[in-house]
Write a protein that binds this ligand. Structure first.
Ligand SMILES: Cc1cc2nc3c(=O)[nH]c(=O)nc-3n(C[C@H](O)[C@H](O)[C@H](O)COP(=O)(O)O)c2cc1C
Length: 209
C-alpha cells in the first residue's frame, strides 16, 4: 500500500480476530522495523517483550483495564525502557559501532567516555524519561510497517506499569513497561473500523514561521 493509503487504512483496533495469526515471515519484518528505528546516540536502550503465554496474557489483560486486544490479538509486545544508566551498555554499543563501521578502537573508547559522562551527569528521572521516549519512536515505525503489510495494530497506554512490573518481573531486569502494542487482524465485528478519522486541518497543525 502507498503510505497515505496505508495510514488511512490503519486504526487503533479495538477487537481482533483471535483466530488469525501473523505469519513468521511478517513477524520478522516487524521486528526489523523496530530494530531499524532511530534512537538517541543509537543506543537502543529498550527491550521488546513478546508475550506468548496465554496465562500471562490473561493477567496482563486485567492490568490493562480489561482491554480484549491483550488476549485476542495475534501478538502482544511490551516496550520496556531501561531504568538506570549502565556504562557497560554504552561501551558494548561503541565497540559494536567501531567493528561495524571499521573505526579505530580508540575513537570508540573516546565516544563511549563522552556518552557515559553525559548520561551519568543527569538525574535518574531524566534518564528514564529519555529512554521511555525512544520506545515511542520505534512504536511509530512499527505501526507504519504494520499498516504497509495490511496488519492491524493498537498502541496502548491503558495499562498499569506497576502491575506489568509485578507480573513480568521487570524491575529485576532494570526495565519498566513504557508502552504496549497489540497486532493481528481486525474482527469483522469491530464497528470502529468504519469510523471516519478525526484529525485537525493541516493548517491548524502546521504553522509557517
Ligand atoms: C500512545 C498511545 C496510547 C494509546 N492507548 C490506547 C489504549 O490503551 N487503548 C486503545 O483502545 N487505544 C489506545 N490508543 C489509540 C488512540 O486512542 C487512537 O490512536 C486515536 O484515537 C486515533 O485514532 P486512530 O489511531 O484509530 O486513527 C492509544 C494511542 C497512542 C498513540
Amino acid at each position: 500500500m502507498k503510505t497515505i493509503e496505508a495510514l488511512k487504512w490503519r486504526y487503533a483496533t479495538k477487537k481482533f480476530n483471535p483466530n488469525r495469526k501473523i505469519s513468521a515471515q511478517d513477524l520478522e519484518i516487524l521486528r526489523k522495523s523496530v530494530n531499524l528505528a532511530p534512537t538517541s546516540y543509537g543506543l537502543q536502550m529498550f527491550k521488546v517483550l513478546e508475550i506468548e503465554n496465554p496465562e500471562l496474557r490473561a493477567k496482563l489483560k486485567e492490568a490493562s483495564w480489561g482491554q480484549s486486544q491483550v488476549t485476542d490479538a495475534s501478538q502482544l509486545w511490551v516496550f520496556c525502557s531501561y531504568q538506570s544508566h549502565n556504562p557497560a551498555d554504552v561501551i558494548a554499543f561503541s565497540t559494536r559501532k567501531a567493528k561495524v563501521q571499521s573505526l579505530p578502537s580508540e575513537n570508540a573508547q573516546k565516544y563511549a567516555e563522552f556518552v557515559n559522562q553525559s548520561l551519568s551527569n543527569q538525574p535518574v528521572e531524566a534518564f528514564q524519561n529519555w529512554t521511555e521516549k525512544q520506545t515511542y519512536i520505534a512504536l511509530g515505525g512499527l505501526m507504519i510497517a504494520c499498516a504497509e503489510l495490511g496488519i492491524d495494530s493498537c498502541p496502548m497506554e491503558g495499562f498499569s506499569a506497576d502491575q506489568y512490573d509485578e507480573i513480568l518481573g521487570l524491575s529485576a531486569q532494570n526495565l519498566k513497561a513504557a508502552v504496549v502494542v497489540t497486532m493481528g487482524y481486525r474482527s469483522d465485528e469491530d464497528t470502529t473500523a468504519a469510523l471516519p478519522k478525526v484529525r485537525k486541518e493541516l493548517s491548524d497543525l502546521f504553522v509557517a514561521v
